[in-house]
Design a protein around this ligand. Structure first.
Ligand code: HEC
Length: 103
């Protein structure tokens, strides 16, 4: 279920148009994720490096399912803070779609 929603959101991104979809990060990403994971998801910010955030396109992250990513965003992992209660389901779904795009 979550997966099909993510696919749908991703399809919308693609349909919005290539140039726009290419650079458009969800507002929640810019506000809450970018300081650690970086604009392109490489984890190459000072905070990301200090905490050991992996690039989203690392093979270990690519092979995680959408449900795994959702659980990490909700519950946190290691030094990654939990976002349950801070983001709604639609925001989390769009973040997963964006992570997939960065991969
Ligand atoms: C304070 C820094 C910080 C913020 C803010 C942050 N993360 Fe993370 N994130 C991390 C770190 C560090 C890890 C690696 C955790 C580990 O493997 O121990 C991580 C891991 C992840 C992973 C799993 C990838 C992996 O390495 O297995 C996902 C997915 C993720 N973050 C998504 C997000 C999203 C989406 C947001 C914004 C809502 C976000 N993060 C905000 C620091 C952060």
């Amino acid at each position: 279920m979550t997966r099909s929603i993510a696919v749908l959101v991703f399809a919308c991104f693609v349909m919005v148009g290539h140039s726009q979809a290419e650079s458009a990060a969800p507002a929640a990403y810019t506000a809450k994720c970018q300081m650690c994971h970086g604009a392109t998801g490489l984890g190459d910010t000072p905070a990301g490096k200090a905490m050991g955030a992996r690039p989203f396109k690392a093979p270990e992250v690519v092979k995680e399912s959408d449900a795994d990513l959702l659980a990490i965003i909700k519950n946190g992992k290691g030094k990654m803070p939990a976002f349950a209660g801070k983001l709604n389901d639609a925001e989390m779904t769009s973040l997963i779609a964006y992570i997939r795009k960065l991969q």
